[in-house]
Design a protein around this ligand. Sequence first.
Ligand SMILES: [Fe+2]
Length: 259
Amino acid sequence: MTDIRYIAHLTDPHLLADPAARLHGWAVADAFEQVWADMRACLPAPDALVLGGDLVDDLSPAGYRWLADRLAVLDCPVLAVAGNHDDPQAMRQHLRGAQVHGALDLGPWHLIGLNTQVPGAEHGQLRAHDRRRLDTVLADPMRQCLVVMHHPPIAVGTAWIDAIGLVDQTIFADQMAGGASCRGVLAGHVHQAFTGALGDCPIWTTPSTMRQFLPGATTFAEDEAAAPGWRWLALHDDGRIETGIRRLGDRPRRIALKA
Ligand SMILES: [Fe+2]
């Protein structure tokens, strides 16, 4: 029987220094707490947690410390990548124990976190250092690789947000075409659930833990009908990935029975 590793992807919480403060009318800390509670109920013992960036909107140490207090109850590794709303140095300082733009090995699985942040900009770009790391991982046929990045590496069909996407998508696509071990890419940034592909490799984005953006919109538009959420993934030893989205208000469900 093959083993399965269960992971949770939470992204774009846009937390603030004051957990009682609101951002764009959203009680962001409260929304995160609710999503966090759903994740904990569905996956009481995840094998890893992945944080997809835009963690602290005001880049405050207090915001990262508030998040670190939540992470402290977990008994699993954490992989985190920066979004355009993040301070990577503060992430490393305050999210103690988390792999910030690092990697995690879960059995045959290798999760690699890439930093796409361009300081002061909304769009994303890969660094040469990360491209070399990715090349090394993709060249190893013995590993099942899951790539984690904030900016999706393909357009999601929402024009205004695709305009602030990853600028070096062609380079990334060429890299992926040269490696057979990548089983999926997890991204945030777009505040909506999306599934696409680069060749045979699926690309998933995950809803924000706060407000959602309307899929297909040409100019900025919130998706007021879509609730905050998160994504679960079941990584099979043979390289298959099952995945799904949970949103606040969904019927309670235990995803992993092994806890
Ligand atoms: Fe965001």
